[in-house]
Write a protein of this length. Sequence first.
Length: 188
Amino acid sequence: MRRGLLGGTFDPPHLAHLLGGEAAYRELGLDLVTFMPAGSPWQKAERDVTAASHRWEMTLLATEGADYFEADDREVRRPGWTYTMDTLESLDDGDEVVLIVGADTAVGLPTWYRFEDVIDRVALAVIPRPGIERADVDRILGDHHWLDVPELPVSGTMLRRRAHGGASIRFFVPALVHEYLTRHGLYG
């Protein structure tokens, strides 16, 4: 199995996540792209994060309709802080894993728990993000695949701020995700 692994807080999952997963699937000949919401993201310990159950449900809805996308709840179910290396160790040893990350995340990878072990276990694919230069990612990561995706200025932080301010985030997120967050009164 050649698996793309796209993890994150997914608070909420949005179009930049989906476009990055699509690009990785097409460009790298992946069999599957697994979207995995973090249960308790340790690097966001100082921030209010929407309940994992809501982020899981939104991720499940966001991946509907593409048979090569799946949502995986193993990090949501696991107690304690969420670490990528723990997740990698829980995958089938026979899986060839491509870790898909945004460029903003890529420049911070050296701060991750067991960073060297993560890098030894996976290939890396990087989604361009506004404000992050490719040369900076190249210098930090070395070997990786830079995905052919436009730099979309969409982030969970931006979407939550818009929603809190009364602006619409419809069409920044898949329709089913928008229906879910509206029904549950998230971000408004």
